[in-house]
Ligand binder design. Sequence first.
Ligand code: SF4
Length: 326
Amino acid sequence: MTFQKEPFYTFKEYIGQYFSSPVQKVSVNAGNTCPNRDGTKGYGGCTYCNVSSFSPAYTMSKSSISDQVENGISFFSHKKINPSFLVYFQSYSNSYGSLQYLKKQFEEALSNTKIKGLIIGTRPDCVTTELMEILQRISEKHYVGIELGIESTLNRTLKKINRCHTYEETLDAFELIKKYNVHTGGHIIIGLPGETSENIISHAKKISCLPIHTLKIHHLQIIRQTIMDFQYKKNKNDFSFRSPEEYIQLMSEFLTWLRPDIAVERFISQAPGEMLIAPNWNGIKNFQITHKIREYMQSVKKYQGMNLSHFECISTPEKIIRTPEF
Ligand code: SF4
């Protein structure tokens, strides 16, 4: 695969196949929790997690899902012409809880006629056959995506950051999901404590073996009022941060080992400045880093998947997603 315009496959290109107008996600905070906070798996959550750091302000009130959807639609309506809206269940683990309750939440989100589909963010250990059957039924009329927090492919890292699940559980979840007609995404954090550049490149190789369509990449940020904030203040030497330039080079190499049909949705996190402890990248935005990675890859003639030709595990999702016309 060679890239005429882009050295990597973008989410915009991927999702553009399914909609006739630009897509805008509307995030909602459904008031769910996660098994790593309520004691089912652990207490205190993943060491880097402060849900407020990745939830838009319009989701932070205690308002209903319908109200959040309406507020999100008004917020974005003036930014794009006639967008196709998807509701993104972002905060916490949105497949954790009683199935009846979850189904009600999904139906409430879809009751707004401007909403064309759902994206469910969750943990690998919160995916069940019963949940997937609900999502499969919704997918008959709507776009449905499920996005799993992979975070790392190394169990020692998952343990260190208190994820309270293993990489094998991640593999099992994707094996289950691939039987259903839903768009499947993963999420990974680059720069977790103890991970070298070689470890990070090996994430790309392992992710290339997963039956996923999309990938979100976030660089590690230390956020106030997290366990990691405390750990960082106690021992800064346990953490090493790259400069934006080093990160751009690392991501370019990462992409050369990533299967070319996996659409990349973003490259960095963007926590609000007042919540961020480190690294200080002077507020650089995701679109700016994306642009710099594109420019760098073009200048060194690199493209996504170029190193995978002799790689033993190249698995594309077995199905082509059938989805209604939007
Ligand atoms: S990152 Fe997700 S799984 Fe981890 S504590 Fe936060 S909400 Fe729970």
